[in-house]
Design a protein around this ligand. Structure first.
Ligand code: HPA
Length: 278
């Protein structure tokens, strides 16, 4: 007999999947998660079904400004895609299980690969606002893990391997397309923190020292859950600001979303190109 934690997660997943299936028969091959201010990619999609998170049983609507909250099913050229426009963040106070629920749901719909996007602070002074960073690896500093608790064997193994959490082939593909499109980017390690405070300058020095090149408050839980499920994962950050203390300037959420908005079209163009080559 499965424990309550497992039963709740499975029941929520079944309810979400059943509801979505009642609205769409599309079998997505690729999943995309759009981060803060990066929602314009949906204009590149032929959207066939659009569902607000608050109408999908088991989903929670995000509360933060700049984050939509819709599941879109459709095609990018001929590729069937499930796009999560907006995400739930750990700092909103939800459990890790709630944070990764949308990704688990689209995995149940059939995606094979997952592309995560986010806004992040740059830890490398050479990065400029609006640059992109291919996430090669992460450091989980969120103090929690979505797989904590009894393992749900139907989803994946107890101790998932994370030695290639971000798929090298997908990273190389992203790199070649970014180069071809003349987009300024770097590659590096994403330090995932819980937020909601931005970092102190001392924390930023620490994050650089331990090997981080970007810092943000998302992506890590989804990457962990997706690896558990055996999906191929890749992730791209939009560097919206130098992290605290790198330049003498205060951080604000408005500035972060403003920068993301400035590059949204370029970001969407890249995503479209990338997805159609997968
Ligand atoms: N820190 C954490 N998360 C972020 C930042 C930052 O500087 N910028 C965008 N998301």
């Amino acid at each position: 007999m499965a424990d309550q934690h497992t039963l709740n997660i499975q029941k929520n997943l079944e309810e979400s999947v059943q509801f979505i299936r009642s609205r769409s028969s599309l079998k997505p091959r690729i999943g995309v998660v759009l981060g803060s201010g990066l929602g314009a990619f949906v204009d590149q999609m032929k959207v066939e079904t659009s569902l607000a998170y608050d109408e999908i049983p088991g989903f929670i609507a995000p509360t933060v400004e700049g984050h939509g909250g819709r599941l879109l099913l459709g095609h990018v050229d001929s590729v069937p895609v499930a796009c999560l426009q907006g995400r739930i963040h750990f700092y909103e106070g939800h459990s890790m299980a709630a944070v990764v629920h949308p990704v688990r749901t689209i995995a149940m719909l059939g995606i094979e690969s997952l592309m995560l996007t986010n806004s992040a602070g740059g830890l490398d002074p050479a990065q400029k606002p609006g640059d992109f960073m291919i996430i090669e690896d992460h450091i989980n500093l969120m103090g929690d893990n979505p797989l904590k608790g009894p393992n749900i064997a139907q989803l994946g193994p107890r101790f998932p391997d994370m030695s290639e959490a971000y798929d090298r082939k997908l990273n190389d593909k992203m790199e070649s397309i970014l180069k071809k499109m003349g987009i300024s980017f770097s590659r590096g390690v994403y330090a995932g923190v819980s937020g909601p405070t931005y970092e102190t300058p001392a924390e930023v020095r620490y994050l650089r020292m331990i090997g981080g090149r970007a810092v943000g408050m998302s992506t890590v839980p989804e990457t962990i859950a997706a690896n558990h499920l055996g999906l191929r994962v890749c992730a791209l950050s939009c560097i919206t600001n130098p992290a605290a203390g790198i330049v003498d300037q205060k951080l604000s959420h408005d500035d972060v979303t403003h920068t993301a908005k400035l590059v949204e079209t370029k970001f969407s163009g890249f995503l479209k190109e990338f997805i159609t080559t997968l």
